[in-house]
Design a protein around this ligand. Structure first.
Ligand code: 8DG
Ligand code: MG
Ligand code: MG
Length: 144
């Protein structure tokens, strides 16, 4: 019997900008294990990109965000992973409602912890959809 192919999924991820830094966490999930990635997750049925961005950031870090806007979209096929998958990844940008708010690691089974990093001093290795954007010369900070 032919094995059905999995469906492409939609991921919504957030460049959460705080002064000259952005939030990254080291993944513990099967896809991209031990690489640094943006907060984010799966788009739910009927949800807007903005609502998904705010919900996932809240669920994963406890942070409240605002000025949420669409940045770009990329197509990411993960064939060399334990579970082959395909994500259409929506990249959003946002800032903290309260810049003094501190990220919490609410899903420690999925992330080793969150921290702020300067764009010129990013940790390695980056999750490859993000690495691809950095290598292409992309910069998430407005006015660059
Ligand atoms: P959920 O159950 O909370 O909805 O999902 P999640 O466990 O938070 O999903 P995720 O893996 O964090 O994000 C969904 C997919 O988005 C991920 O498997 C692949 C894609 N994705 C990228 N780049 C990035 C990124 O920088 N960060 C995150 N979190 N996901 C990314 O293509
Ligand atoms: Mg999530
Ligand atoms: Mg996530």
């Amino acid at each position: 019997r032919p094995v059905p192919l999995p469906e492409p999924k939609v991921g919504v991820v957030v460049f959460l900008l705080r002064f000259q830094t952005l939030l990254l966490g080291k993944r513990r999930s099967s896809i991209g294990h031990s690489t640094f990635a943006l907060p984010g997750g799966h788009l739910e049925f009927g949800e807007s990109f903005e609502d998904c961005a705010a919900r996932e950031v809240k669920e994963e870090t406890g942070l409240d965000i605002e000025k949420i806007e669409f940045v770009t979209v990329t197509n990411n096929v993960f064939l060399d992973e334990p579970k082959p998958s395909h994500y259409v990844t929506i990249f959003m940008r946002a800032v903290l409602k309260d810049p003094q708010q501190v990220p919490q690691n609410i899903e420690p089974d999925k992330c080793d912890g969150w921290d702020w990093y300067e764009w010129d001093n990013l940790p390695t290795p980056l999750f490859w959809p993000l690495e691809k954007m950095v290598l292409s010369g992309f910069n998430p900070f407005p006015g660059v």
